[in-house]
Design a protein. Structure first.
Lengths: 153, 83
């Protein structure tokens, strides 16, 4: 399931709902992304005060659905959840939740890592940070491309 | 044809979206970028470094040689930074 929303989410409630009533599930893996107060670009220049996440409504949902479909093809998943927020967020706020449920831990853990790695390089979101020197668009990182590329078959 | 701009490309162009009617000889995404870049200094600046201009047609990622046609939704944006 894909959700793109402004509102916060409750991790415990979301994970409970994912496995509720399905006793074929033996493990749930999850990753939660948070807003850091130190942006990579400003680690020497100071802390960020807030972040605004922009996205491409329509394409975002399409890309996330494609990423979920790819994960379900590669691993035997019982269920899968991606929640990504947009709008203005503060340090400590939750940005993204990826959760996978499977009969066994390996499929759940691997597919969870795959989902967040692919999401970071394919889902059309952009971060604008408010720092001490004004607003700055976050640059894409080569390390994210490398993390996504390790899942290429 | 609808063009959408996102993130710093939107900020540099100065608008979020517009409807354009490129001439018939503009048949690919790459050709469209060249045509847009010639429309003014704001476009030229936004599209200057092609390696960091990602393109989507009808919400799917495409390369510069992808064909375009009337009615397409074309989006131009920098490399994504979500997650």
């Amino acid at each position: 399931m894909i959700r793109v929303q402004q509102e916060d989410f409750d991790i415990g409630a979301e994970l409970d709902r994912l496995s509720q009533g399905n006793h074929a599930i033996g493990g749930v893996a999850s990753f939660t992304g948070l807003v850091r107060d130190m942006a990579p670009a400003s680690e020497t220049s100071g802390k960020i005060g807030a972040m605004t996440l922009e996205h491409y409504p329509g394409m975002t949902e399409k890309q996330l659905a494609a990423i979920e479909a790819e994960a379900r093809q590669r691993w035997p998943l019982q269920d899968c959840l991606i929640i990504h927020r947009y709008g203005r967020l503060l340090p400590g706020d939750r940005i993204v939740l990826v959760a996978t449920a499977s009969a066994h831990r390996q499929a759940a853990l691997e597919s969870c890592a795959f989902l967040i790695d692919w999401l970071k390089t394919k889902a059309p979101f952009w971060k604008l940070e408010d720092g001490p020197e004004g607003s700055k668009w976050v640059d894409a990182k080569g390390s994210d491309d490398a993390a996504a590329a390790r899942w290429n078959k | 044809m609808k063009i959408l701009y996102f993130a710093w490309i939107r900020a540099k162009v100065g608008i979020a979206q517009e409807d354009v009617a490129p001439p018939a000889e503009v048949t690919t995404v790459g050709g469209l970028l060249d045509w847009l870049a010639a429309r003014g200094p704001n476009y030229a600046e936004a599209l200057k470094t092609r390696a960091v201009v990602k393109t989507a047609v009808n919400q799917e990622y495409v390369d510069a040689d992808h064909p375009i046609k009337l009615g397409d939704e074309v989006a131009l944006f920098p490399p994504v930074t979500g997650g």
